[in-house]
Design a protein around this ligand. Sequence first.
Ligand code: PMP
Length: 412
Amino acid sequence: MLESKAIDVERLRADFPILSRKVRGKRLVYLDNAATTQRPQVVIDSLVRFYSNYNSNVHRSVHTLGEEATAAYEGSRKKTAAFVGARPQDLVFVRGTTEATNLVSFAWGDKNMKKGDVIVVTTMEHHSNIVPWQMLAKRSGAILKYVGLNPDGTLDLGSFEALLREAPRLVAFTHCSNVLGTINDAAKLCAMAKEAGATTLVDGAQAVPHMPVDVGAIDSDFYAFSGHKMLGPTGIGALVARRGLLEEMDPFQTGGEMIREVFDDHSTWNDIPYKFEAGTVNIADGIALGAAVDYLESIGMERVRAHEVSLLDYAMNELTAIRGIRLYGPMDTRLRAGVISFNYADVHPHDLATILDEEGVAIRSGHHCAQPLMRWLDVPAASRASFYVYNSHDDVDALKLAIEKAGRIFKV
Ligand code: PMP
């Protein structure tokens, strides 16, 4: 029943202390959620509770604090795994999506990639799903190839199929573009890649926070996401691997905790997922990620998605009415997440973002860590407004008014 009801944004905003602050004397209109989201009080409380009540290392001590910390950290792993339909033992806590792709590049890549092998990525990737593969290609002699895009910013399936005919060893793609908003059909692309014999990695940084995600249904070999983009703390995220795959891989970082036994000349490895969590882990943030998951589940991810589609419909309608604005990515809101990148006449995105900031409106400007995509769009930079659960139609109105103000200043 709850699932079908629209989000009560006013009520929900009260859970986020930062949203009541003013910026330059104006109400904060936070539209930079693709970069990082804000945190509800329950997540902040979780951090404070850890440090003030049961701060201790995990997996080591038999004292009460140690046991409480371990139970909370492992409890969060269970929640986070269940949130995306995975088993806890297949989920490695990492710093975020970037660390996940680097982990796979070294721990899977160095063992499996050979000279002449093909790695396929797409033109819409974030640098964190490009550079680790460039470096792997350099180490192994593999060749990195890019799937092209259709003019509307969706993936060109013809180009994907052509590259699959080269029997790639790895196919790595984003579930959802942080610039175009394009939602890729991850299950379909993984099935096609698997059929071609490839191992698959899906970058879920912009998907897990915004829509229901079931890694079992997607059936990728690896799936990565970041806590700070889903109301959780920075410095914590997850790599989910297909059952058994983590066992076959070499460790990534080595040292304490990830070992079973250490001899003078060799060592053996701890059980998964601990084999991939070397040293003292990010305990407080890991636990607080569980609080963020609880919070999102209390809203329901179907409702999160429906809310963003409603904001997108409204915003795209309002923004296209501004003369001189060019929006990027698919116009069909069923194919995109709550991200709108655009350019406004010949106003530089940094100038636009500065003027918007004077109105209390926070957007991002720049290349969005997607320079190959910027080249494809043939622009040096773009402005980007991105939505989340606490944004309202009023925020879209404030964005529009602020852009129009910039238009007057720059005589667009
Ligand atoms: N992939 C995508 C699509 C992203 O938007 C981001 C963050 N902007 C990342 C990967 C990297 O995530 P993180 O910085 O949390 O490692």
